[in-house]
Design a protein around this ligand. Structure first.
Ligand code: AMP
Ligand code: ZN
Length: 666
């Protein structure tokens, strides 16, 4: 077998295993064996770059960065759907169809309306080439790199189908995956995501495709668009698509009349709460493609399809109390505590009231009977008050004036919807939140310690700030709830290991307001140590590229606080990296000073990140888009054609990976 044949065979095999696992939900190989094969393929591809293929299973892990998503015009417009809310609406629709088509024997398909982000997948010559969001229906964003990481999407459909077509579908986050993501966020002290739909569509616009690859996204397909007339009906085309690898849910059914459609709706109105993903309705389509063509489109939507929206479930219950929650930044959220009530499959006890304005708008009061609705959001909301049931002695709600945790008077700055507790260093949830941020993955990355344990340690009086972590003793931890010898040791080891975390991450971990990851990197590079940074005055700070007054002032506030000075002194004494280490200074030169680079394509000798780091280590600057200011483009394989055209247009020199390596070794 030639190398090429071996590569092709492995790709085919791995595609097939992916399909079994992600589409059929039926693994045909162990994870371990899959990994071995994938590694083997990776190595062969590395050694034989001439066989690079963007649709290889190795490309599913992502790694490419998209800074600006290109706008692409859809070949076929992506229409909206007409909505209907009642059985009568559906019967009216049927009458219009019968009149338009001049017949009564119309066949329909019933599908669930998947609640996610619409996507258009283009295939040419049987190969996946592009994924574009719906956008305004005429134009969308090219999110190909990110979508390629979604493993249930076949990159090379396998079997008898058409070769040039578009596949329309919905990118979703199944509920399990969504909940798991949120658990991790909560453990890291991050705000949980609000709902699966927004999180799915947000995921498509992440710049780092490796990050997208980690998310448990899925894609459900609902329409084949093609000029080839191989299939006579919508139903057949989806069945055929399913056979060659597309995840077209088999919940679809054929219906001979609107009455059968209504049966399907009634059935799913109940069963939908058991689905692994969210649905907000049913889509009914005329099955025959010839008839679809005859019916055509209005200015907004196809005449041959209609969406039926399930009613958002509402119940009435009594508001017992309004309590106030303090977030890690001190932001206050009012929470309605309700008489427990059954709604859409769960018991609801609490609902968010958002902020003071919302309470005023609803004029909601203790003792009121309120209507609660569960829409797209995971946390239910209060829609309105049933005034007919308002107790006679009811009094308007007075918003909290003091922090429920530390009793400090709340503040509200102009233009801000939320109230804040200003007691940053003495308010329990803010203290816990800051420590949770300190230990999180992108900061000190302390293994063996989670968000809940931080809270427990604080409640037990063992820690008051992040410096206290370094004085924890195993004997103090073992007796705590859910702790044992081994977990305590892991925690201590994790804390000890964090002393190796480089200065730029430590700086981010300190939680100085407005000092995010990127700013922390900049500051670390510029000032080299915490002492230099804390001694810098406003002028020096704002002189740093991209550091504005707001960030500078926040650093000064942090640095002038006596408590913070003490914390930093302690962290230094434990051996936490509070200056740039000699090791990270190695390999650093000024060779590329003043030069701006754009990096594009796939590289072989180093990863894209290593390449970027090498540019920065040698005092060069990395930019994401090509402009007149760009000095060089380092191009790997498969550089985007639009970038290439732009570079040629502006006359910017394009150099290879090897040219670049020669440049810094010169
Ligand atoms: P709307 O955004 O309310 O106009 O609804 C139209 C959108 O519903 C389409 O753009 C699709 O993304 C989405 N959709 C979800 N499930 C289906 C389905 N089974 N058939 C057609 N469209 C669907
Ligand atoms: Zn407080």
């Amino acid at each position: 077998m030639t190398v090429k044949e071996k590569i092709e065979q492995l790709r085919k095999e791995l595609h097939q295993h992916n399909y079994s696992y992600y589409v059929l939900d039926n693994a045909t190989i162990s994870d371990y064996e899959f990994d071995i094969k994938l590694k083997e393929l990776e190595q062969l591809e590395d050694e034989n770059p001439e066989f690079f293929d963007p649709n290889s299973p190795t490309q599913r892990v992502g790694g490419d960065i998209t800074k600006n998503f290109e706008t692409v015009t859809h070949k076929n417009r992506m229409y909206s759907l007409d909505n209907s809310y009642s059985k009568e609406d559906l019967l009216d629709w049927e009458k219009r169809l019968q009149k338009n088509l001049g017949r009564t024997d119309i066949e329909y398909t019933c599908e669930l309306k998947y609640d996610g982000a619409s996507i258009n997948l283009t295939y040419e010559n049987g190969q996946f080439v592009r994924a574009v969001t719906r956008g305004d229906g005429f134009q969308g964003d090219d999110v190909t790199t990110n979508v390629r990481t979604i493993k249930s999407i076949p990159l090379v459909p396998n079997g008898d189908f058409i070769s040039d077509f578009e596949m329309r579908g919905e990118i979703i986050l199944p509920l399990d995956g969504f909940n798991a993501m949120n658990e991790e966020r909560i453990a890291n002290g991050d705000e949980p995501y609000r709902n699966p739909r927004n999180t799915a569509s947000g995921s498509l616009k992440l710049q780092d495709s490796a990050e997208v690859a980690k998310r448990p996204l899925d894609c459900l397909l609902y329409q084949v668009v093609t000029n080839e007339r191989k299939y006579a009906t919508h139903y057949e085309s989806l069945q055929a698509a399913r056979k060659v690898g597309f995840k077209a849910p088999d919940t679809i059914v054929l219906a001979k009349s609107i009455q059968e459609v209504i049966d399907f709706i009634n059935d799913w109105d109940v069963k939908r709460h058991e689905l692994p993903y969210e649905t907000d309705g049913v889509v009914v389509k005329v099955n025959n493609l010839q008839q679809q063509e005859e019916l055509g489109y209005t200015s907004k939507s196809p005449r041959w399809a209609i969406a039926y929206k399930f009613k958002a479930e509402q119940v009435a219950t009594v508001l017992n109390e309004i309590t106030y929650q303090v977030g890690r930044t001190g932001a206050i959220t009012p929470v309605a505590n309700l008489e427990p009530v059954y709604l859409a499959g769960t018991v609801v006890k609490r609902a968010s009231l958002h902020n003071a304005d919302q309470i005023e708008k609803l004029d909601v009061r203790i003792g009121d009977t309120v209507f609660v609705e569960k829409g797209g959001e995971i946390i239910p909301k209060i829609i309105k008050v049933d005034l007919t049931k308002r107790p006679l002695d009811s009094m308007p709600t007075v918003y909290a004036t003091h922090c429920p945790e530390c009793h400090t008077e709340l503040v509200r700055t102009e233009g801000d919807a939320k109230h804040y507790c200003p007691n940053e260093y003495g308010c329990a949830p803010q203290i816990t939140g800051r420590i949770q941020h300190f230990i999180s993955r992108k900061a000190m990355d302390i293994e063996g310690l989670g968000g809940e344990t931080v809270d427990l340690l604080r409640k037990e009086g063992l820690i008051q700030n992040y410096a206290d972590l370094y004085e924890l003793k195993k004997e103090q931890i073992v007796p705590l709830e859910r702790m044992a010898e081994k977990s305590a040791q892991n925690m201590i080891d994790g804390i000890e290991k964090s002393k190796e975390i480089p200065f730029e991450k430590v700086l981010f971990a300190l939680g100085i307001r407005f000092v995010g990851e990127t700013v922390a990197k900049k500051l670390a590079k510029q000032f080299k140590s915490i002492d230099n940074l804390m001694n810098a005055d406003l002028e020096t700070l704002v002189a740093v590229d991209e550091i504005g007054e707001r960030i500078a002032q926040s650093i000064i506030d942090f640095s002038s606080n006596e408590g913070n000075k003490e914390l930093i002194r302690r962290l230094q004494s434990y051996g936490v990296q509070l200056e740039v280490s000699a090791k990270s200074m190695e390999n650093q030169t000024d060779k590329l000073a003043g030069k701006v680079f754009v990096v594009s394509g796939v590289f072989h000798q180093m990863s894209r990140d290593e390449l970027k780091k090498a540019i920065e280590d040698n005092a060069g600057k990395v930019s994401s888009s090509i402009s007149k200011k760009t000095d060089f483009i380092v191009a790997g394989d498969n550089m985007g054609p639009s970038k290439l055209a732009k570079a040629e247009d502006l006359g910017i020199p394009i150099i290879t990976e090897q040219d670049f390596i020669d440049m810094i070794n010169a």
